[in-house]
Write a protein that binds this ligand. Structure first.
Ligand code: NDP
Ligand code: PYC
Length: 345
Protein backbone atom coordinates (compact mmCIF):
# COMPACT_ATOMS: atom_id res chain seq x y z
CA UNK A 1 0.00 0.00 0.00
CA UNK A 2 2.07 2.98 -1.14
CA UNK A 3 0.98 6.60 -0.97
CA UNK A 4 0.63 8.70 -4.08
CA UNK A 5 2.29 12.06 -4.81
CA UNK A 6 0.25 15.26 -4.49
CA UNK A 7 -1.41 16.19 -7.80
CA UNK A 8 -2.65 19.34 -9.47
CA UNK A 9 -6.47 19.15 -9.23
CA UNK A 10 -7.11 22.18 -11.52
CA UNK A 11 -10.32 21.41 -13.48
CA UNK A 12 -9.77 20.76 -17.16
CA UNK A 13 -12.06 19.88 -20.05
CA UNK A 14 -15.57 18.44 -19.69
CA UNK A 15 -16.20 15.21 -21.63
CA UNK A 16 -19.49 13.54 -22.52
CA UNK A 17 -20.08 10.05 -21.13
CA UNK A 18 -19.50 8.62 -24.61
CA UNK A 19 -16.22 10.50 -25.05
CA UNK A 20 -14.93 9.36 -21.67
CA UNK A 21 -16.04 5.76 -22.24
CA UNK A 22 -14.31 5.73 -25.63
CA UNK A 23 -11.10 7.14 -24.15
CA UNK A 24 -11.06 4.50 -21.39
CA UNK A 25 -11.86 1.72 -23.87
CA UNK A 26 -8.85 2.78 -25.93
CA UNK A 27 -6.65 2.59 -22.82
CA UNK A 28 -7.83 -0.92 -21.92
CA UNK A 29 -7.41 -2.18 -25.49
CA UNK A 30 -3.95 -0.63 -25.70
CA UNK A 31 -2.99 -2.52 -22.55
CA UNK A 32 -4.00 -5.90 -23.79
CA UNK A 33 -7.65 -6.55 -22.92
CA UNK A 34 -10.18 -8.08 -25.28
CA UNK A 35 -12.78 -5.75 -26.79
CA UNK A 36 -15.48 -7.20 -24.53
CA UNK A 37 -13.42 -6.61 -21.37
CA UNK A 38 -12.43 -3.11 -22.52
CA UNK A 39 -16.07 -2.19 -23.13
CA UNK A 40 -17.22 -3.60 -19.79
CA UNK A 41 -14.53 -1.89 -17.68
CA UNK A 42 -14.71 1.40 -19.59
CA UNK A 43 -18.49 1.64 -19.16
CA UNK A 44 -18.20 0.81 -15.45
CA UNK A 45 -15.43 3.31 -14.77
CA UNK A 46 -16.90 6.15 -16.87
CA UNK A 47 -20.31 5.60 -15.21
CA UNK A 48 -18.68 5.87 -11.77
CA UNK A 49 -16.95 9.11 -12.77
CA UNK A 50 -20.21 10.51 -14.21
CA UNK A 51 -21.96 9.79 -10.88
CA UNK A 52 -19.19 11.41 -8.83
CA UNK A 53 -18.07 8.05 -7.42
CA UNK A 54 -14.50 9.33 -7.66
CA UNK A 55 -12.77 6.64 -5.60
CA UNK A 56 -13.72 4.15 -8.36
CA UNK A 57 -13.77 6.41 -11.41
CA UNK A 58 -10.82 7.40 -13.61
CA UNK A 59 -8.65 7.54 -10.49
CA UNK A 60 -8.47 3.73 -10.86
CA UNK A 61 -7.16 3.68 -14.43
CA UNK A 62 -3.41 3.76 -13.61
CA UNK A 63 -4.04 0.84 -11.22
CA UNK A 64 -5.83 -1.16 -13.93
CA UNK A 65 -2.99 -0.44 -16.34
CA UNK A 66 -0.18 -1.37 -13.93
CA UNK A 67 -2.07 -4.56 -13.02
CA UNK A 68 -2.50 -5.55 -16.67
CA UNK A 69 1.19 -4.82 -17.30
CA UNK A 70 2.20 -6.95 -14.32
CA UNK A 71 0.52 -10.06 -15.73
CA UNK A 72 -1.50 -10.51 -12.49
CA UNK A 73 -4.86 -10.45 -14.26
CA UNK A 74 -5.92 -11.90 -17.61
CA UNK A 75 -7.45 -9.09 -19.64
CA UNK A 76 -8.48 -11.60 -22.32
CA UNK A 77 -10.11 -14.09 -19.94
CA UNK A 78 -13.28 -15.80 -21.12
CA UNK A 79 -15.57 -16.55 -18.16
CA UNK A 80 -17.01 -20.06 -17.83
CA UNK A 81 -20.69 -20.09 -16.79
CA UNK A 82 -22.19 -23.19 -15.13
CA UNK A 83 -25.91 -23.76 -14.59
CA UNK A 84 -25.68 -25.75 -11.35
CA UNK A 85 -29.22 -25.70 -9.88
CA UNK A 86 -32.64 -24.16 -10.37
CA UNK A 87 -31.59 -21.09 -8.41
CA UNK A 88 -27.80 -21.18 -8.64
CA UNK A 89 -25.33 -20.07 -11.30
CA UNK A 90 -21.56 -20.39 -10.93
CA UNK A 91 -18.94 -18.54 -12.94
CA UNK A 92 -15.23 -19.14 -13.10
CA UNK A 93 -13.92 -15.74 -14.18
CA UNK A 94 -10.69 -17.46 -15.28
CA UNK A 95 -8.47 -14.91 -13.51
CA UNK A 96 -10.21 -12.11 -15.35
CA UNK A 97 -12.34 -9.19 -14.18
CA UNK A 98 -15.63 -9.74 -12.35
CA UNK A 99 -17.75 -7.42 -14.53
CA UNK A 100 -17.44 -9.47 -17.75
CA UNK A 101 -18.15 -12.61 -15.66
CA UNK A 102 -21.37 -11.04 -14.40
CA UNK A 103 -22.27 -9.98 -17.94
CA UNK A 104 -21.73 -13.53 -19.21
CA UNK A 105 -24.06 -15.03 -16.58
CA UNK A 106 -26.61 -12.25 -16.33
CA UNK A 107 -29.31 -13.52 -18.70
CA UNK A 108 -29.32 -16.97 -17.05
CA UNK A 109 -29.39 -15.41 -13.57
CA UNK A 110 -32.40 -13.22 -14.42
CA UNK A 111 -34.21 -16.14 -16.07
CA UNK A 112 -33.72 -18.22 -12.91
CA UNK A 113 -34.72 -15.38 -10.58
CA UNK A 114 -37.90 -14.85 -12.56
CA UNK A 115 -38.81 -18.54 -12.61
CA UNK A 116 -37.71 -19.61 -9.09
CA UNK A 117 -38.30 -16.23 -7.42
CA UNK A 118 -34.67 -16.06 -6.29
CA UNK A 119 -31.31 -16.90 -7.80
CA UNK A 120 -27.70 -16.78 -6.67
CA UNK A 121 -24.68 -15.98 -8.81
CA UNK A 122 -21.34 -17.10 -7.40
CA UNK A 123 -18.31 -15.65 -9.21
CA UNK A 124 -14.83 -16.93 -8.34
CA UNK A 125 -11.30 -16.52 -9.62
CA UNK A 126 -12.20 -12.88 -10.33
CA UNK A 127 -10.78 -9.37 -9.88
CA UNK A 128 -13.08 -6.55 -8.73
CA UNK A 129 -11.51 -3.10 -8.65
CA UNK A 130 -14.65 -1.02 -9.02
CA UNK A 131 -17.71 0.39 -7.28
CA UNK A 132 -20.33 -2.27 -6.59
CA UNK A 133 -23.54 -0.32 -7.27
CA UNK A 134 -23.18 -0.65 -11.09
CA UNK A 135 -23.52 -4.43 -10.57
CA UNK A 136 -26.87 -4.18 -8.74
CA UNK A 137 -28.62 -1.01 -9.95
CA UNK A 138 -29.57 -2.39 -13.41
CA UNK A 139 -31.53 -5.26 -11.80
CA UNK A 140 -33.73 -2.77 -9.95
CA UNK A 141 -34.48 -0.95 -13.24
CA UNK A 142 -35.84 -4.34 -14.39
CA UNK A 143 -38.09 -4.66 -11.31
CA UNK A 144 -35.79 -7.04 -9.40
CA UNK A 145 -34.18 -6.74 -5.97
CA UNK A 146 -30.41 -7.38 -5.92
CA UNK A 147 -27.78 -7.73 -3.25
CA UNK A 148 -24.08 -8.17 -3.90
CA UNK A 149 -20.92 -8.57 -1.85
CA UNK A 150 -17.28 -8.69 -2.93
CA UNK A 151 -14.15 -9.10 -0.83
CA UNK A 152 -10.91 -7.25 -1.54
CA UNK A 153 -7.41 -7.32 -0.01
CA UNK A 154 -6.20 -7.51 3.58
CA UNK A 155 -6.13 -3.98 4.98
CA UNK A 156 -8.83 -3.95 7.71
CA UNK A 157 -8.29 -4.95 11.34
CA UNK A 158 -11.21 -7.08 12.60
CA UNK A 159 -12.81 -5.49 15.67
CA UNK A 160 -10.92 -6.66 18.76
CA UNK A 161 -7.89 -7.89 16.75
CA UNK A 162 -4.37 -6.46 16.50
CA UNK A 163 -3.55 -6.82 12.84
CA UNK A 164 -5.36 -6.51 9.48
CA UNK A 165 -7.07 -9.53 7.91
CA UNK A 166 -10.32 -8.49 6.20
CA UNK A 167 -10.70 -6.54 2.97
CA UNK A 168 -12.72 -3.34 2.65
CA UNK A 169 -15.54 -5.71 1.58
CA UNK A 170 -18.45 -3.66 0.21
CA UNK A 171 -22.14 -4.55 0.27
CA UNK A 172 -24.48 -3.15 -2.40
CA UNK A 173 -28.26 -3.37 -2.52
CA UNK A 174 -30.82 -2.24 -5.08
CA UNK A 175 -34.63 -2.31 -5.03
CA UNK A 176 -37.20 -0.94 -7.48
CA UNK A 177 -39.31 2.03 -6.43
CA UNK A 178 -42.55 3.22 -8.01
CA UNK A 179 -42.30 6.72 -9.46
CA UNK A 180 -38.65 7.26 -8.63
CA UNK A 181 -35.11 6.05 -9.03
CA UNK A 182 -34.46 2.62 -7.45
CA UNK A 183 -33.31 2.55 -3.84
CA UNK A 184 -29.61 1.77 -3.99
CA UNK A 185 -26.87 1.78 -1.41
CA UNK A 186 -23.28 0.66 -1.76
CA UNK A 187 -20.93 0.78 1.20
CA UNK A 188 -17.54 -0.49 2.19
CA UNK A 189 -17.62 -2.33 5.52
CA UNK A 190 -14.42 -0.47 6.43
CA UNK A 191 -14.81 2.98 8.00
CA UNK A 192 -13.58 4.41 4.69
CA UNK A 193 -12.82 2.87 1.29
CA UNK A 194 -9.15 2.27 0.55
CA UNK A 195 -9.57 4.40 -2.58
CA UNK A 196 -10.69 7.39 -0.51
CA UNK A 197 -7.63 7.04 1.72
CA UNK A 198 -5.44 7.18 -1.40
CA UNK A 199 -7.32 10.23 -2.66
CA UNK A 200 -6.91 12.00 0.70
CA UNK A 201 -3.18 11.20 0.65
CA UNK A 202 -2.92 12.54 -2.88
CA UNK A 203 -4.63 15.78 -1.86
CA UNK A 204 -2.61 16.12 1.34
CA UNK A 205 -5.79 15.98 3.47
CA UNK A 206 -6.27 14.48 6.93
CA UNK A 207 -8.98 11.89 7.60
CA UNK A 208 -11.71 12.13 10.24
CA UNK A 209 -10.92 10.24 13.47
CA UNK A 210 -11.68 6.53 13.74
CA UNK A 211 -10.76 5.46 10.20
CA UNK A 212 -7.45 3.70 10.71
CA UNK A 213 -4.26 2.95 12.55
CA UNK A 214 -0.55 3.43 11.79
CA UNK A 215 2.11 0.71 11.54
CA UNK A 216 2.28 0.55 15.35
CA UNK A 217 -1.47 0.04 15.66
CA UNK A 218 -1.99 3.58 17.02
CA UNK A 219 -5.02 5.61 15.90
CA UNK A 220 -4.11 8.03 13.11
CA UNK A 221 -5.78 10.59 10.87
CA UNK A 222 -2.84 10.63 8.46
CA UNK A 223 -3.80 8.73 5.27
CA UNK A 224 -0.13 8.11 4.46
CA UNK A 225 0.40 6.43 7.82
CA UNK A 226 -2.51 4.10 6.99
CA UNK A 227 -1.21 3.36 3.51
CA UNK A 228 2.42 2.91 4.59
CA UNK A 229 2.23 -0.05 6.96
CA UNK A 230 -0.95 0.93 8.80
CA UNK A 231 -4.49 -0.40 8.32
CA UNK A 232 -8.15 0.54 8.25
CA UNK A 233 -10.83 -0.15 10.86
CA UNK A 234 -14.29 -1.58 10.19
CA UNK A 235 -17.18 0.91 10.31
CA UNK A 236 -19.33 0.72 13.45
CA UNK A 237 -16.92 -1.36 15.56
CA UNK A 238 -18.07 -4.96 16.11
CA UNK A 239 -21.12 -4.50 13.83
CA UNK A 240 -19.21 -3.53 10.70
CA UNK A 241 -16.63 -6.17 11.56
CA UNK A 242 -19.35 -8.86 11.60
CA UNK A 243 -20.61 -7.67 8.21
CA UNK A 244 -17.09 -7.74 6.81
CA UNK A 245 -16.70 -11.32 8.09
CA UNK A 246 -19.98 -12.20 6.37
CA UNK A 247 -18.67 -10.74 3.11
CA UNK A 248 -15.52 -12.90 3.37
CA UNK A 249 -17.74 -15.96 3.86
CA UNK A 250 -20.22 -15.20 1.06
CA UNK A 251 -17.87 -13.70 -1.53
CA UNK A 252 -14.98 -16.11 -0.99
CA UNK A 253 -15.86 -19.28 0.97
CA UNK A 254 -19.22 -19.74 -0.76
CA UNK A 255 -18.05 -18.92 -4.27
CA UNK A 256 -14.73 -20.80 -4.16
CA UNK A 257 -12.80 -17.52 -4.47
CA UNK A 258 -9.85 -16.38 -2.37
CA UNK A 259 -10.30 -14.79 1.04
CA UNK A 260 -8.82 -11.29 1.13
CA UNK A 261 -5.74 -12.70 2.90
CA UNK A 262 -5.21 -15.67 0.57
CA UNK A 263 -3.61 -14.20 -2.51
CA UNK A 264 -0.06 -13.02 -2.86
CA UNK A 265 0.68 -10.43 -5.52
CA UNK A 266 4.24 -9.74 -4.37
CA UNK A 267 5.69 -11.43 -7.48
CA UNK A 268 3.68 -9.07 -9.69
CA UNK A 269 4.95 -5.55 -8.99
CA UNK A 270 2.25 -3.07 -10.03
CA UNK A 271 -0.61 -5.50 -9.31
CA UNK A 272 -3.46 -3.71 -7.54
CA UNK A 273 -6.62 -5.71 -8.23
CA UNK A 274 -7.83 -8.09 -5.50
CA UNK A 275 -8.10 -11.69 -6.77
CA UNK A 276 -11.14 -12.87 -4.85
CA UNK A 277 -14.84 -13.65 -5.48
CA UNK A 278 -18.26 -12.04 -5.64
CA UNK A 279 -21.77 -13.16 -4.74
CA UNK A 280 -25.04 -11.77 -6.11
CA UNK A 281 -28.53 -12.64 -4.91
CA UNK A 282 -31.40 -11.59 -7.17
CA UNK A 283 -35.04 -11.74 -6.04
CA UNK A 284 -38.18 -11.31 -8.11
CA UNK A 285 -40.49 -9.38 -5.74
CA UNK A 286 -43.55 -10.14 -7.88
CA UNK A 287 -43.49 -13.60 -6.23
CA UNK A 288 -43.96 -12.08 -2.77
CA UNK A 289 -47.34 -11.89 -1.09
CA UNK A 290 -49.17 -8.60 -0.68
CA UNK A 291 -49.02 -5.32 -2.49
CA UNK A 292 -46.74 -4.35 -5.31
CA UNK A 293 -43.21 -4.18 -3.91
CA UNK A 294 -42.24 -1.03 -5.82
CA UNK A 295 -45.27 0.79 -4.36
CA UNK A 296 -44.23 -0.36 -0.89
CA UNK A 297 -40.69 0.93 -1.51
CA UNK A 298 -42.12 4.27 -2.50
CA UNK A 299 -44.28 4.32 0.63
CA UNK A 300 -41.22 3.71 2.79
CA UNK A 301 -39.38 6.56 1.07
CA UNK A 302 -42.43 8.84 1.47
CA UNK A 303 -42.49 8.12 5.19
CA UNK A 304 -38.73 8.69 5.50
CA UNK A 305 -39.09 12.06 3.80
CA UNK A 306 -42.09 12.72 6.06
CA UNK A 307 -39.88 12.47 9.14
CA UNK A 308 -37.45 14.99 7.72
CA UNK A 309 -35.02 12.94 5.61
CA UNK A 310 -33.47 15.04 2.85
CA UNK A 311 -31.07 12.58 1.24
CA UNK A 312 -31.48 8.94 0.42
CA UNK A 313 -28.47 6.76 -0.39
CA UNK A 314 -28.01 7.07 -4.14
CA UNK A 315 -29.46 10.62 -4.33
CA UNK A 316 -26.03 12.26 -4.49
CA UNK A 317 -25.08 10.03 -7.43
CA UNK A 318 -28.27 10.87 -9.27
CA UNK A 319 -27.81 14.61 -8.68
CA UNK A 320 -24.27 14.31 -9.98
CA UNK A 321 -25.46 12.17 -12.92
CA UNK A 322 -27.90 14.88 -13.95
CA UNK A 323 -25.23 17.54 -13.64
CA UNK A 324 -22.78 15.48 -15.71
CA UNK A 325 -25.47 14.96 -18.37
CA UNK A 326 -26.03 18.72 -18.57
CA UNK A 327 -22.47 19.99 -18.20
CA UNK A 328 -20.28 17.03 -19.11
CA UNK A 329 -17.84 15.15 -16.88
CA UNK A 330 -15.07 17.48 -15.77
CA UNK A 331 -11.70 15.87 -15.12
CA UNK A 332 -8.65 17.50 -13.57
CA UNK A 333 -6.28 18.82 -16.23
CA UNK A 334 -3.43 16.54 -15.19
CA UNK A 335 -5.75 13.53 -14.95
CA UNK A 336 -7.06 14.02 -18.49
CA UNK A 337 -3.53 14.49 -19.83
CA UNK A 338 -2.48 11.25 -18.11
CA UNK A 339 -5.46 9.36 -19.57
CA UNK A 340 -4.68 10.64 -23.08
CA UNK A 341 -1.08 9.57 -22.67
CA UNK A 342 -2.16 6.09 -21.54
CA UNK A 343 -4.43 5.94 -24.59
CA UNK A 344 -1.48 6.85 -26.82
CA UNK A 345 -3.19 10.07 -28.02
P1 NDP B 1 -19.83 6.08 1.12
O1 NDP B 1 -19.56 6.01 2.57
O2 NDP B 1 -19.45 7.30 0.39
O3 NDP B 1 -21.37 5.84 0.83
C1 NDP B 1 -21.99 4.66 1.26
C2 NDP B 1 -23.47 4.71 0.90
O4 NDP B 1 -24.12 5.65 1.75
C3 NDP B 1 -23.76 5.17 -0.52
O5 NDP B 1 -24.86 4.48 -1.01
C4 NDP B 1 -24.07 6.66 -0.34
O6 NDP B 1 -24.94 7.18 -1.34
C5 NDP B 1 -24.75 6.66 1.00
N1 NDP B 1 -24.58 7.90 1.73
C6 NDP B 1 -23.42 8.55 1.98
N2 NDP B 1 -23.67 9.64 2.74
C7 NDP B 1 -25.00 9.67 2.97
C8 NDP B 1 -25.86 10.56 3.67
N3 NDP B 1 -25.39 11.61 4.30
N4 NDP B 1 -27.19 10.28 3.68
C9 NDP B 1 -27.67 9.19 3.04
N5 NDP B 1 -26.91 8.33 2.34
C10 NDP B 1 -25.58 8.55 2.32
O7 NDP B 1 -19.19 4.82 0.36
P2 NDP B 1 -17.91 3.97 0.79
O8 NDP B 1 -16.81 4.93 1.01
O9 NDP B 1 -18.27 3.04 1.86
O10 NDP B 1 -17.64 3.15 -0.56
C11 NDP B 1 -17.26 3.83 -1.73
C12 NDP B 1 -17.20 2.90 -2.90
O11 NDP B 1 -16.09 2.05 -2.79
C13 NDP B 1 -18.43 1.99 -3.09
O12 NDP B 1 -18.91 2.18 -4.40
C14 NDP B 1 -17.85 0.58 -2.94
O13 NDP B 1 -18.46 -0.39 -3.76
C15 NDP B 1 -16.41 0.81 -3.37
N6 NDP B 1 -15.55 -0.25 -2.86
C16 NDP B 1 -15.17 -1.24 -3.71
C17 NDP B 1 -14.38 -2.27 -3.24
C18 NDP B 1 -14.02 -3.41 -4.12
O14 NDP B 1 -13.40 -4.36 -3.64
N7 NDP B 1 -14.35 -3.40 -5.40
C19 NDP B 1 -13.91 -2.32 -1.86
C20 NDP B 1 -14.42 -1.24 -1.04
C21 NDP B 1 -15.19 -0.23 -1.55
P3 NDP B 1 -24.33 8.10 -2.55
O15 NDP B 1 -23.58 7.15 -3.43
O16 NDP B 1 -25.52 8.71 -3.21
O17 NDP B 1 -23.44 9.11 -1.88
O1 PYC C 1 -11.58 1.29 -2.27
O2 PYC C 1 -11.35 -0.24 -0.73
C1 PYC C 1 -11.36 0.11 -1.91
C2 PYC C 1 -11.15 -0.91 -2.95
C3 PYC C 1 -10.56 -2.12 -2.82
C4 PYC C 1 -10.57 -2.71 -4.06
C5 PYC C 1 -11.15 -1.85 -4.92
N1 PYC C 1 -11.51 -0.75 -4.23
Amino acid sequence: MSALPLVDETPGEALSLDQLTQLLETIFLRHGTSLEVARSLAANCAGAERDGAHSHGVFRIPGYVSTLKSGWVDGQAVPVVEDVASGFVRVDAANGFAQPALAAARALLVEKARSAGIAVLAIRNSHHFAALWPDVEPFAYEGLVALSVVNSMTCVVPHGADRPLFGTNPIAFAAPRAGGEPIVFDLATSAIAHGDVQIAARKGERLPPGMGVDSLGQATQDPKAILEGGALLPFGGHKGSALSMMVELLAAALTGGNFSFEFDWSNHPGAKTPWTGQLLIVIDPSKAAGQNFAERSQELVRQMHGVGLKRLPGDRRHWQREKSQEQGITLARTELAQLRELAGL
